[in-house]
Design a protein around this ligand. Structure first.
Ligand SMILES: [Zn+2]
Length: 281
């Protein structure tokens, strides 16, 4: 169905059966046809220039030295919808807390696995007629989204266990929160790469990057060293059990293709590296 935003007048497509509709242009949230009041936002504190700087100076493994000279091409600010919950753990009142969880099943940028969004420092949201970014609609059920907060529940349980108290878990949906993330594109030697930066603090969340010839060579060298080491071990083991050493060496070489070797070999073979931030709070 088509919804008309009561604030900015824009019309947008809204799939039926959702609890909230979010205007992609101004962020006004509708719930059951009425403007939804409990909406918060994390204010972007990092501008486009700073976001590009963060990415191009980040220099992940095997990135070229002149990456900071790459050309910024596109920057778009995206607001991800989060559900805001008030979570309590009766009977321990002191454990009650606000927590947020991603409310969309298809975020516009790749996020680190089990990325945890903050709940503090949110401010009340006012819709804006300036085009500041793209607001995304929630499409997850709040109950389903809450399951991503398992860690919050585990922490409370661990705390309660110290005092030998058995706790329950209760939550209520308190509202919507928008979280700003920059989606960026830059060019390096005629090729385009994408990246994502947390617009609240400038953390690089995701980044594609060129792998330099030198980075590839170094990775190949490392891979060769690892393989040679493993082959030597294999030959030793073969001698010990009385196999022809050549056979043992081949076996050792293949067996050494563990996770670390694969990473190095991937770097050696690939032209595009991918960096994803580790999970964080
Ligand atoms: Zn609007």
């Amino acid at each position: 169905m088509i919804v008309q935003c009561p604030f900015c007048g824009a019309k947008y497509e809204a799939p039926p059966g959702r609890r909230f509709y979010v205007c992609p242009y101004c962020g006004t949230a509708l719930s059951e046809g009425k403007t939804y009041e409990n909406v918060y936002i994390f204010k972007p504190a990092v501008d486009k220039t700073a976001a590009f700087k963060a990415v191009l100076n980040f220099r992940p493994t095997a990135a070229p030295e002149d990456l900071p000279a790459a050309s910024p091409v596109e920057a778009e600010l995206h607001f991800l919808p989060l559900y805001l919950y008030y979570v309590s753990f009766p009977p321990l009142d002191q454990l009650a807390t606000y927590a947020t969880a991603l409310a969309t099943s298809s975020p516009p940028v790749p996020l680190p696995p089990s990325f945890r969004f903050p709940a503090r420092w949110r401010t009340p949201f006012k819709p804006t007629l300036e085009r500041v970014g793209v607001f995304h609609s929630p499409d997850l059920d709040p109950e389903a989204a809450f399951t991503s907060l398992q860690e919050v529940v585990e922490e409370a349980r661990a705390y309660a266990q110290v005092f030998k108290v058995k706790i329950g878990v209760e939550w209520r949906l308190e509202g919507l929160v928008y979280y700003p993330i920059w989606r960026l594109a830059y060019d390096y030697r005629g090729r385009r790469y994408s990246a994502a930066v947390d617009a609240t603090d400038g953390t690089v969340l995701y980044m594609e990057y060129p792998i330099s010839a030198r980075g590839r060579a170094e990775a190949l060298g490392m891979a060769a060293a690892v393989a040679a080491g493993a082959a030597a071990l294999g030959a030793m083991a073969a001698a010990y059990v009385g196999l022809p050493p050549a056979l043992g060496a081949a076996g050792g070489g293949v067996a050494s293709l563990g996770a670390a070797t694969r990473l190095v070999l991937n770097l050696a073979a690939a032209r595009v590296g991918k960096y994803k931030a580790e999970k964080r709070l």
